[in-house]
Design a binder for this molecule. Sequence first.
Ligand SMILES: C[S@@+](CC[C@H](N)C(=O)[O-])C[C@H]1O[C@@H](n2cnc3c(N)ncnc32)[C@H](O)[C@@H]1O
Length: 221
Amino acid sequence: MHRPHTHAKEAAPETEGRLIRWAPNYDWWTHILTLGRAAAIREKTAVLAQIKPGDVVLDVGCGTGELTLRAKNKAGSTGQVYGIDPSPEMVGVARQKVTHGHIDVDFRVGVIEDLPFPDNYFDVVLSSLMMHHLPDDLKTRGLAEIYRVSQPGGTLMIMDFKRPTSLLAKSLITLMLHGGMQTGVQDLTAQLTTAGFGQVIMGDMGFRPLGFVRAQAQKQE
Ligand SMILES: C[S@@+](CC[C@H](N)C(=O)[O-])C[C@H]1O[C@@H](n2cnc3c(N)ncnc32)[C@H](O)[C@@H]1O
């Protein structure tokens, strides 16, 4: 697998979220940890997000942009797709991919708690393997920010680790360097409702440690 080099130029913003700075190895490592299923998991995430041609889409905590690029495939040439991440190294790798592929996706250094976008802007917001990098109060603040930038009826699609309930799941998550997780994607419902989201749907990703939650921003047109 190609492992691009990156030269970080921007400073990382202050956040209580856990940044990943080892960006050039991230795609390779994710491929290994998902037993070669990372691409299929990302494609399934993009499909579950129900992105349509022409949609305006944000990938929060986009990392190296693997899901963001699939979102662009679905939104097409008339869609606008953005990715933000506080790690300049991750954003650097993502930017290299769009530069090499001549793809129109806007990657920026930024944080979920202060999204650099206007109110009611996005049809779809994505969050993939990011929520578990945030402390609980930052999840609450971040979901409120996502609600602010979502259009009325806009979709929020979160894919992340499930709270491990069996010994096997606990062992798998520990193997994936996330030992000690007390909550999971299935525990976000209350915070989503408080932030203003409704029509919450949950499900599995077809890879035991991972699940998803999808919801709609409930606000007036
Ligand atoms: C495990 S990576 C997931 C990257 C990508 N979404 C994916 O699916 O591969 C978690 C990402 O969350 C980012 N992150 C940490 N704190 C954040 C914050 N406050 N706002 C947005 N992203 C944050 C990290 O820098 C990291 O790139």
